[in-house]
Ligand binder design. Structure first.
Ligand SMILES: C[S@@+](CC[C@H](N)C(=O)[O-])C[C@H]1O[C@@H](n2cnc3c(N)ncnc32)[C@H](O)[C@@H]1O
Length: 239
């Protein structure tokens, strides 16, 4: 609960239905190649490694990972985005209960609020727990998350930042493929590095890196106040 707002995890579906054919025109998707190259290197992935993309949307990172020789699978709750993604290695699934057995992936990613960061705070930790569960011992996780520092510092006209929950509410104008605008409520959980480290530890993961990033500008940059997102790299301890 956020004041009078209760999030079910399905709030993104109307946005996906409206934007499924225009999503990949948005500027924040244009750096996918850079993000994939950085993730492959940071996760230490060799050709043939099994990677799960949680909250994959229309599958831009899954395609990039497959292009790098990896066996990538996407999971997402959205019918609309999975339909737009077309045929491919997709599973319709809730990030809070992934339909995969324990230990079956070498790496798991969740980028750009792929479930993690859209669930109002309390359930976000469940997503990390599920990602940890499906990793093999020694497997790695990469997760991006909105920065609470940046969100508050650059709060935009009309945004409401719920200080207790750390959730930013905005009315987002989204264009469809024909350029028709529609307005949607968007609730995004924002984090501090310390919270992310605690969530990772609760999931039994060891944090190997926590960096300040922006879409298309992933780098091993120490946490600062200037970038909108964090990128967490963590490892499931080998048994
Ligand atoms: C902003 S999009 C990001 C998509 C993709 N990761 C990317 O980088 O383009 C957020 C995605 O998270 C998905 N999502 C939201 N809640 C989810 C949940 N509980 N389980 C799985 N996916 C979820 C949405 O359907 C949507 O595809």
């Amino acid at each position: 609960m956020l004041g009078s707002v209760r999030l079910s995890g399905r709030e993104f579906e109307p946005i996906a239905a409206h934007a499924r054919h225009s999503y990949l025109r948005y500027s924040f998707t244009k750096g996918t190649g850079q993000e994939v190259a950085f993730l492959v290197e940071a996760l230490g992935l060799a050709a043939g490694a099994r990677v799960l993309d949680v909250g994959c949307g229309p599958g831009r990172h899954v395609r990039g990972l497959a292009g790098a020789g990896l066996r990538a699978v996407g999971a997402d709750l959205s019918h609309a985005f999975l339909a737009a993604a077309g045929t491919g290695p997709w599973a319709r699934a809730d990030a809070r209960s992934l339909p995969f057995p324990p230990g079956c992936f070498d790496a798991a990613i969740s980028i750009c609020q792929g479930g993690f960061g859209l669930l109002g705070g309390d359930d976000d930790a469940l997503v990390v727990g599920e990602m940890a569960r499906v990793l093999r011992p020694g497997g790695r996780l990469a997760l991006s998350a909105f920065s609470a520092y940046f969100a508050v510092r650059h709060l935009e006209e009309g945004d409401t930042f719920h200080a207790d929950a750390g959730v930013n509410h905005e009315r987002a104008t989204v264009l469809d493929a024909g350029g028709a605008p529609a307005e949607f409520d968007l609730w995004t959980t924002c984090f501090t590095p310390r919270e992310l480290r605690l969530i990772a530890a609760r999931a039994g993961l060891e944090v190997r890196g926590l960096w300040s990033v922006a879409p298309g500008r992933y780098a091993a940059r120490p946490p600062d106040l200037e970038h909108p997102e964090w990128l967490v790299l963590a490892e499931k301890p080998p048994v």
